[in-house]
Design a protein around this ligand. Structure first.
Ligand code: NAD
Ligand code: AHE
Ligand code: ZN
Length: 369
């Protein structure tokens, strides 16, 4: 079938809207009509050319929501008409990783996903006979996409696509990092570096679990008001303080953060996030994705003296199990998504979403089809 997609032909170039060919879902796969997709900083990162797994031409997008319109042979858990969220972190419930119960990083299809193809090693997308790569196994910047059944979360029927698509990455990543990865407890002092689409979800989860101080750090003063609405108690602009940000935060928290979260992808800030943690027990969680070739540094003494460095992918969430629950939280008014979706535009305007992100004017843009 012919589908409408925003195509990334080349790193660093704007996306172009094209009609591309999409093959039928094969055994264990489903065809999904994408109704809406958020634009995450990770899409911009891959488009920039700095992602070692970035392949071109590709259809980017990993924060979508839509409806199952066709199921391939042997598909058992999904039916035509189901409302779904594609998962870049699948949940096969059978691999060593899923069965360990120690990680959400299902590896059932990770190798082919990283190569921009479906589990059988081929792509479903092409244009004029030329292969187009899938991206993160999801390719949600197209009005139809194909996914393996294990990479699809079924959600309730009344959830609005243009809001819950954000649960496909940003919401789950931020909230999950607090609840699943750090397991922040009531009364904890939390520092959040980067108050964008991920960081503000960290802030709202920190408030949900009853954190005491929720300190937001961002170079964009325009983030302050919204972050306060989401639960931030103190705002720090590193460009406006005297002296070193680490000492400043250690003083502010009277000894250091119990938990810190890096939601930017800047390795220098990752170091600050670790070192502002409390001696003996502070835990710093890296969420931001740094470019290929970047490395983190600190004195090992920071770890010897009890600080812990962790990372979190997709908030440690097991998508098929956890995503429907997060959709319920949104529908029950327990989490705020609406105020974070600052811009909605048709897919034809998707390059505006990247521009708004780079200018720091949006939190989340959602493209609709
Ligand atoms: P975003 O662009 O919406 O937000 C980034 C924020 O960081 C902005 O508010 C910006 O002003 C701020 N910032 C930039 N440089 C800063 C600095 N030096 N000091 C303080 N603040 C600074 O991006 P996002 O969509 O929230 O994504 C954030 C990061 O998380 C990206 O690296 C993205 O790739 C990554 N990410 C990771 C996962 C995961 O599973 N680990 C999931 C989604 C996104
Ligand atoms: N190809 C990238 C990987 C970047 C990365 O770490 N991605 C996160 C999700 S970001 C969503 O916005 C992730 O889930 N990582 C686990 C995994 O298996 O990729 C690079 O930099 O190499
Ligand atoms: Zn993302």
């Amino acid at each position: 079938m012919k589908v409408k997609a925003a195509l990334a032909y080349q790193a660093g170039k704007p996306l172009t809207i094209e009609m591309v060919d999409l093959g039928n879902p094969q055994a264990g796969e489903v065809l999904i009509e994408i109704k809406a997709s958020g634009v995450c900083h990770t899409d911009a990162y891959t488009l920039s050319g700095k992602d070692p797994e970035g392949l071109f031409p590709a259809i980017l997008g990993h924060e979508g929501a839509g409806i199952v319109v066709e199921v391939g042979k042997d598909v058992k858990s999904l039916q035509v008409g189901d409302r779904v969220i594609p998962l870049y972190t699948p949940e096969c419930r059978q691999c060593e990783y899923c069965l360990s119960r120690k990680t959400n990083l299902c590896q059932a299809i990770r190798v082919t996903q990283g190569k921009g193809v479906m589990p059988d090693g081929t792509s479903r997308f092409s244009i004029d006979g030329e292969k187009i790569h899938h991206y993160m196994g999801t390719s949600t910047f197209a009005n139809y996409t194909v996914l393996p059944e294990i990479a699809v979360a079924k959600i309730r029927e009344d959830a609005p696509f243009d809001k819950v698509c954000y649960i496909g990455c940003g919401v789950t990543t931020g909230i999950g990092a607090v609840i699943n990865t750090a397991k922040v407890e009531a009364g904890a002092n939390v520092v959040v570096f980067g108050l964008g689409g991920i960081g503000l979800n960290v802030v709202q989860a920190a408030r949900m679990v009853g954190a005491n101080m929720i300190i937001g750090v961002d170079i964009n003063p325009g983030r302050k008001a919204l972050a306060e609405k989401f639960g931030m108690t103190h705002f720090v602009n590193p460009q406006e303080i005297d002296g070193d940000i680490v000492s400043y935060l250690v003083d502010l928290t009277k000894g250091g953060a119990d938990y810190s979260f890096e939601c930017i992808g800047n390795v220098n800030v990752m170091r600050q996030a670790l070192e502002c943690c409390h001696k003996g027990w502070g835990v710093s969680v890296i969420i931001g994705v740094a470019a290929g070739g970047e490395e983190i540094r600190t004195r090992p003494f920071q770890l010897v003296t009890g600080r812990v460095w962790k990372g979190s992918a997709f908030g440690g969430a097991r998508g098929r199990t956890d995503v429907p629950k997060i959709v319920d939280w949104y529908m029950d008014g327990k989490i705020n998504i609406d105020d974070l979706i600052t811009h909605v535009m048709p897919i034809e305007k998707i390059n505006d979403a990247f521009d708004l992100m780079h200018k720091g004017e949006s939190i989340r843009s959602v493209v609709t089809f």
